[in-house]
Write a protein of this length. Structure first.
Length: 505
């Protein structure tokens, strides 16, 4: 097995890959990481449909039970960048397997929790394990694959990200339908055990090891500043239903100040030739990284909150069961899965244009769905809207997968974990904004007239604003590329000329 992939090429397709010997087991190893990633991302949304049952069974308050979802998302986001940097410096394989084992253990603790307090604590720990596991996924792809193969691998990864979010309500509804009774919600967590244990066993056998780099320095002040900054930004959002946005708005200012201090500290470390937690030159030097991170964050503001709004409309407005509600949005998940795999093969050919077309498709699909659900008869509207929702899914598959590929493809492999963690942190922040704002807007409109259709359309239109902003940024980047008549920017190997990176690569 070759370990030379841990350092070397800049991660750029078409770069010199003379020192890279493809691992013959790389495709089987990829599926191990994708299955683990699917579980961790699925747990963001799958639990939402079971919250009423959890609340009744554990005699919890609405604020307590909300932390079953929001606490997981919070600890998930807090871990990402630090976990990515540790994977780069130590061993991605070891951290991935330890995090996956922890995720399985804490899933069992969630399922067995006798009280709401212990369930929230177990969910916080489960989210932390998921946050340590997630950046290793994208980093291992960059380590194992090169050139066109990397685009295909990221295509599968993008399909995993998109489908796991969209299929969560369906999976949760199916489990609750099969495991009926007041204790049935526990199987939403127990289902992770056999899958996770198998993934650990296969991962120990198939995943490549990483050469260690930069072990001597851990940026503790950077970890503290970034962690507190993300916490300050996300805490009011996860407390939104309990009045967090109104009472804790000042934390947004604190978070912005802490993140500004984090950026200043990272630049100071670079100037002193010391290894930072997250190198600022990723955003200023690596072609496509800053734009891709912005596109992903804006897109997830609309994308993540949409599924909670659909669940509220179908279950409370139309009286659908959780399973039927999940089936109503399945066309989007199917379209996203199909398009993501194909888009991964086309990204080298079409580049940012693929993202522009995909975002246009999502806006058309969700906008058309909102119109049909507003005007069509209620008994047939969900099924009339299904083909239009499928078109939106096709567009989404051309957004998530190509954007991840274009954002990370020029990142040096030795920095892949930190870069992937930062990218996913932006997505998690966007998702937190969307899942707080869109259901909140839904309830505001509903409270003024008990009009479920009007509430749905208003929330979907708000989601489209975020997607339109993402489209504007992607279009600007595409036009900029056309004007410059270049397909790529500076080779990221210029990092190698920095003493700090030369010393730790």
């Amino acid at each position: 097995m070759s370990t030379s992939t841990a350092s070397g090429d800049g991660g750029q397709p078409g770069a010199r890959n003379d020192d890279h010997e493809p691992d013959p087991r790389r495709w089987r190893a990829l599926w191990v990481t994708l299955v683990a990633g699917f579980m961790s991302l699925l747990d963001v949304t799958i639990v939402a449909v079971a919250l009423p049952t959890v609340q009744r069974d554990l005699h919890a308050s609405p604020a307590q039970v909300q932390w079953v979802v929001s606490g997981y998302a919070l600890s998930f986001a807090l871990a990402l960048v630090t976990a990515g940097r540790l994977g780069d410096a130590l061993d991605r394989r070891r951290i991935f397997l330890l995090a996956l084992s922890g995720f399985v253990l804490f899933s069992a603790a969630c399922g067995a929790a006798p009280s709401i307090t212990l369930l929230v604590v177990a969910r916080l720990a489960q989210g932390l394990a998921a946050g340590f596991m997630a950046p290793q996924n994208s980093a291992l792809i960059q380590q194992m694959f090169r050139g066109a193969e990397r685009g295909r691998a990221f295509g599968f990864f993008g399909a995993t990200v998109g489908v796991s979010s969209a299929v969560g309500p369906l999976a949760g509804g199916a489990i609750l339908a099969l495991a009926s009774g007041p204790q049935g919600w526990r199987w939403i967590f127990y289902v992770n055990l056999p899958i996770g244990i198998l993934a650990v066993l296969l991962g120990r056998r198939l995943l490549p090891r990483t050469q260690r780099s930069g072990r001597g320095h851990v940026d503790v002040p950077g970890i503290v500043l970034l962690g507190l900054g993300v916490l300050a930004l996300m805490y009011p959002l996860v407390q939104a239903e309990s009045g967090g946005l109104g009472g804790l708005w000042w934390l947004f200012l604190v978070g912005a100040g802490l993140l500004a201090a984090f950026v200043w500290w990272q630049r100071r470390l670079v100037a002193r030739d010391t290894q930072p937690l997250l190198d600022p030159r990723l955003f200023t030097t690596v072609r496509g990284y800053a734009v891709g991170a912005g596109v992903g964050t804006l897109y997830f503001i609309g994308f993540s909150g949409v599924w909670l709004v659909f669940a509220l409309f179908y279950q409370h407005g139309l009286g659908f069961s959780p399973l039927r509600s999940g089936l109503a949005v399945t066309p989007f998940a199917l379209g996203s899965a199909c398009a993501a795999v194909i888009a991964g093969r086309l990204v080298d050919r079409f580049g940012r244009l693929l993202t522009v077309g995909g975002l246009s498709g999502v806006i058309l699909g969700l906008g058309g769905t909102a119109l049909l659900l507003r005007l069509a008869p209620l008994d047939t509207a969900p099924w009339i809207a299904a083909p239009v929702l499928f078109v939106g899914g096709l567009g989404s598959g051309c957004v998530v997968s190509p954007n991840i590929t274009m954002t990370l493809r020029d990142v040096p492999v030795r920095m892949a974990g930190a870069a992937g963690g930062a990218l996913q942190t932006g997505q998690r922040l966007g998702a937190a904004v969307g899942t707080a704002a869109l259901p909140g807007l839904f309830y505001v409109v509903l409270g003024h007239g008990h009009d479920y259709r009007g509430a749905l359309v208003t929330a979907l239109c708000a989601a489209l604003v975020g997607m339109a902003a993402s489209l504007a940024l992607a279009t600007y980047d595409w036009l900029h590329d056309r004007r410059a008549h270049t397909s790529r920017g500076p080779c990221p190997d210029e990092f190698a000329h920095s003493p700090v990176h030369a010393r730790h690569s």
